[in-house]
Write a protein that binds this ligand. Sequence first.
Ligand code: ATP
Ligand code: MG
Length: 266
Amino acid sequence: MQVLQVKDLCKTYIINKRQNNVLVNVNFTIEQGEMTAVMGPSGSGKSTLLYSISGMDRPTAGRVVLGGRELTGLKEKELAKVRLNEMGFIFQQMHMLKNLTVMDNILLPAYQSGKKDRTQKEIDAYGISLMRRLGISEIATNDITEVSGGQLQRACICRSLMNRPQILFADEPTGALNRSASEEVMRVLNQLNQEGTTIMLVTHDMKVAAKCSRILYIVDGNIKGELAMGSLHSQETDDGEQTTDIGRLLRERERKLNHWLIEMGW
Ligand SMILES: Nc1ncnc2c1ncn2[C@@H]1O[C@H](COP(=O)(O)OP(=O)(O)OP(=O)(O)O)[C@@H](O)[C@H]1O
Ligand SMILES: [Mg+2]
């Protein structure tokens, strides 16, 4: 089932009367359950693509269809509702609210959603279960400023999942993290994906991309190539031998990706 359709998407910025065509006729679709990585040189338009798809920034032309619903053309208020209820975000500048605890930050989107399908008790319980799953229960009552980078990122993931989004967008979710925190976050994202969450992330990190099922390579605001990697978890279980082979499996995937990236001119 298609979750996201992007058709002839264009984004042009105009600065000092100069036109900058950042996205030029971008076309792709994302199927339910995919984990897509967007790679490409700095300035190629990766963040702009995520912003334009998610309506945080208005595309100049083209169409974005999420779950069968056309987003381009929606009024700002409607779009905000779609963002809140149907999309999850893990972005670099993470706009967590200071003076609120980790838990309150995580619960906030559920209280803002305006949906009445859950009681306060159910919302709290869901938030607590997410924190437990992401291993941050112990810091639930910490102020958001009193946590490590890895913990903050996991808190962001919890928050992004609070309203059970159709798709999770992440812009360099591991960009600011050291290797072990980065692996931890990827473990969580892979697990969420295995459970059915559709994920689209931007990354410069080959190790991160090698864990995704599909890579889109962007140059000058255009998709130059696409690589199908297959999902990591299906390969893990196909292999049977599991843990001992995961290292080998990852190295193979990284090798395949590396070859392809060289072809792409990375
Ligand atoms: N709000 C904006 N106003 C004007 N120009 C912008 C804006 N945001 C991005 N751009 C321009 O769009 C181009 C693409 O930027 P974008 O942030 O999408 O690149 P990126 O691929 O995410 O790069 P990086 O890997 O460095 O994060 C750049 O030339 C940038 O200067
Ligand atoms: Mg960027």
